[in-house]
Design a protein around this ligand. Structure first.
Ligand SMILES: Cc1ncc(COP(=O)(O)O)c(C=O)c1O
Length: 386
């Protein structure tokens, strides 16, 4: 049976009497442990937390206090990072789409910008003259992960191919941008150090054509089972070659295991399969429906005889199943269970599909619960409709 830190598990059971379900709950102590692991493996790197994994302001403020910068992928995420107290120098803006409107909105306080194509470069040079930029390299490499998460394949829409890099570095400089370095992000949920090493080799091969750089941003993508220590020396060697400071953009690695989605059982039902019906499903946690992601499940009740269940949510979609084939003690109506490893890309991808409010979010500080985000009121779902 999967486990959580004992103090967190105890607090989680107590929270059931204090807060309405469903809710997301995060264990700050667990996030701190992951921060320490990253710092041990990459003592010299500057860490930018990828907001998309979980953008709650309360988390951002705490990570900033630990020395993190922020990696953002939309105007909204950049503004959210500013709202959390990050300065422009502490925010990196990534992504293939940066509209004129978004660039205008950031004119007064431009973050670091990661250029993603020649057109992007020209637009940024026009609207944010003199901005600090990195150029994202598409290394054209396959990696072992879900195809939707493999962003460094040549056919993906991200970055520029290695052969285009020297020309675009020159063009960006010619257009007055401060080109401080290169950027590489291979994909998400990567468990094999070999995938990272292949990416680093692409940057190594580019060195003779682009010369020294102030920054190498080696992205995020660290899977929960990845041996970070295996990357330590190769990262340092690459940084040494370029004479660069290393930036990293971890998301999932920091917050995934720290978070759970807690939901109550509404009923049981047999069709050709054996279902538990939960009050929360794909609108709260989309990953199983979107990627076929597998999340362990932990009962928060003492139950009867064990059975194997599929856990279905309330949506009118056959894909609204949070987990399949889970062995659990038989629950009663109202018993709660925790869907584990839900701290990353859980609440940040939550939908209001079917007029379902997004869940309450709580942080366990070790001493008490902090509300990171109140449950969305139903009225908020139609508030903008007049
Ligand atoms: C450019 C970039 N950096 C960092 C991340 C964070 O990835 P992860 O949460 O897997 O560490 C992503 C994820 O999509 C990304 O696209």
């Amino acid at each position: 049976m999967p486990t959580l830190n004992p103090g967190f598990l105890r607090a989680l059971k107590e929270a059931l009497a204090l807060y309405p379900t469903p809710f997301y709950a995060y264990d700050w102590g667990r996030i701190r442990e992951q921060v320490e692991r990253l710092r041990r493996a990459f003592p010299k790197a500057r860490l930018f937390y990828a907001l998309k994994a979980n953008p709650r302001l309360g988390l951002l403020r705490r990570l900033r206090a630990l020395g993190f910068g922020a990696e953002a992928v939309s105007l909204g995420e950049v503004q959210r990072a500013y709202r959390a107290g990050f300065s422009p120098e502490e925010v990196l803006w990534n992504g293939p789409v940066k509209t004129e409107e978004a660039l205008w909105a950031l004119k007064e306080r431009p973050p670091w910008v990661v250029l993603d194509s020649e057109e992007d470069l020209l637009r940024v040079a026009r609207l944010l003259p003199g901005a600090r930029v990195l150029l994202r390299v598409n290394p054209d490499l396959p990696v072992a992960t879900h195809p939707h998460l493999a962003t460094g394949r040549g056919e993906s829409q991200f970055g520029v191919l290695p052969e285009e890099v020297p020309g675009l570095v020159a063009l960006a400089r010619e257009r007055g941008l401060r080109v401080l370095g290169l950027h590489l992000h291979l994909g998400s949920k990567l468990e094999d150090p070999g995938d990272f090493l292949a990416g680093y080799r692409v940057l190594e091969a580019l060195f003779p054509r682009v010369g020294p750089m102030e920054v190498l941003d080696l992205g995020g993508g660290f899977g929960l089972g990845l041996d970070l220590e295996a990357l330590r020396e190769p990262v340092e060697a690459l940084a040494g070659l370029y004479g660069a400071e290393v930036f990293l953009e971890p998301g999932r690695y920091l917050v995934a295991e720290a978070g759970v989605l807690v939901a109550r059982v509404v009923g049981r039902k047999r069709t050709r399969r054996n279902y538990l019906l939960l009050e929360a499903g794909m609108t709260s946690l989309l990953r199983p429906a979107l990627y076929g992601a597998v999340h362990p499940v932990l009962p928060l009740y003492e139950g009867g005889e064990e059975e194997v269940y599929d856990l279905a949510g309330p949506a009118c979609e056959a894909g609204d199943v949070l987990a399949r084939g889970v062995r659990l003690p038989r629950p009663k109506e109202g018993d709660a269970l925790a869907v584990l490893e839900a701290g990353a890309y859980g609440s940040s991808m939550a939908l209001t599909y079917l007029d379902t409010p997004r869940p309450l979010e709580l942080l366990w500080t070790g001493e008490g619960w902090e509300v990171l985000r109140r449950r969305e009121p139903l009225e908020a779902l139609w508030a903008e409709e007049g």
